[in-house]
Design a protein around this ligand. Structure first.
Ligand code: ZN
Length: 70
């Protein structure tokens, strides 16, 4: 699990209000996750392996190696 740092967004990351763009940790695809549309997070549309979840306070990216972390 990794988290976006709002003050230090990566080259392929963005975060504005209820929406964030994240970079898949498995395949590198950049995709958007919305706190409104994706309340339970959104899987990568390209590989489906990693899941991004956005809340009011954080954006988290979970990849398959994190399964045990819940
Ligand atoms: Zn992917």
């Amino acid at each position: 699990m990794r988290y976006l740092d709002k003050s230090a967004l990566g080259q392929h990351e963005d975060w504005y209000g209820n929406n964030a763009a994240v970079c898949c940790t498995s395949c590198g695809k950049v995709f958007i996750v919305s706190a409104v549309l994706h309340r339970k997070g959104r899987s990568c549309p390209a590989c489906g392996l990693c899941t991004a979840t956005i809340t009011k306070s954080q954006v988290a990216i979970t990849d398959p190696t994190d399964q045990d972390a819940g």
